[in-house]
Design a protein. Structure first.
Length: 267
């Protein structure tokens, strides 16, 4: 369809808009999109654009447990993550990160006859790369960043997701890893839908006002960036360690504990 063909029937749409899609709002709420995360239009709640009968249905979905909350509780229950006397994953992970950082720095320092300027530049770049690890090496920093709403998962849940990704080849973690993969796929599909919708609107009406009165393309584009629920899972790759630095997991009671957590997903 061309923009000219779209204009042939656009007037019949009136004020009809995606703002009125209560089913989509319910789905977003059940996935874990909170009201304070939404891209507001006209400084109004998204519920003000819905019919009264639909507002009640949407409000119910706001109070129910979301997929995000269920996943967060599940991840936070994994053994060995933070305060386990038998095998403390976090301590061993931190030690492995420091070992890797030292190795990377030594590799730069042992290069033959590096120019002083180049050496200083390489060390500075490496230091900047290493700054990201402070998020997991210091729980206080993590909590501060989370308080600013740049991270949604709790520290324990973030470690749980990281643990699953690092040891995903273990048979007890293959199903949990697939669950996380499927959840990330939902996030990616929703993001792609929003982005394609914004691009389609841009092509059809340019930067004109949308049928619902919003800024059209610009509103949809910013919503595609803001309405993300499981971004933390997608960001985990920044904290994956090479296999040679990975701490060995204990096998005493390991399989039975993880199996229990898997079957108790909804508890």
């Amino acid at each position: 369809m061309s923009p000219m063909e779209f204009l042939e029937f656009r007037s019949f749409l009136g004020t009809a808009s995606g703002f009125q899609s209560w089913q989509f709002r319910v789905m977003e709420n059940l996935l874990g999109l909170k009201p304070n995360m939404r891209n507001r239009y006209g400084k109004k709640s998204y519920k003000e654009y819905l019919r009264c009968s639909h507002v009640a249905l949407v409000e119910i979905s706001e109070t129910e447990d979301s997929l995000f909350e269920c996943v967060q509780r599940w991840l936070a229950r994994y053994p060995y993550l933070y305060d386990d006397k038998d095998w403390n994953f976090w301590i061993l992970y931190c030690e492995a990160v420091e070992k890797m950082k030292k190795h990377e720095r030594d590799m730069i320092l042992t290069k033959k006859d590096p120019a002083k300027e180049k050496l200083a530049e390489n060390l500075l770049n490496l230091r900047k790369q290493h700054e990201r690890w402070s998020l997991l090496l210091d729980k206080t920093i993590f909590d501060q960043i989370r308080k600013k709403e740049k991270i949604r998962l709790t520290f324990e849940a973030f470690l749980g997701a990281l643990f699953i990704n690092l040891y995903r080849k273990e048979w007890s973690l293959q199903v949990p890893h697939q669950i996380l993969t499927d959840i990330m796929d939902i996030e990616k599909v929703l993001r792609a839908f929003r982005t394609r919708h914004a691009d389609m609107v841009h092509r059809m009406i340019g930067d004109q006002v949308g049928t619902g009165g919003s800024s059209g393309y610009h509103y949809l584009r910013t919503s595609a960036l803001k309405h993300q629920i499981f971004t933390d899972l997608l960001n985990l790759s920044a904290y994956i360690l090479p296999i040679k630095y990975l701490p060995k997991i204990p096998y005493k009671n390991y399989c039975s504990e993880l199996y229990y957590l898997l079957i108790s997903f909804n508890k």
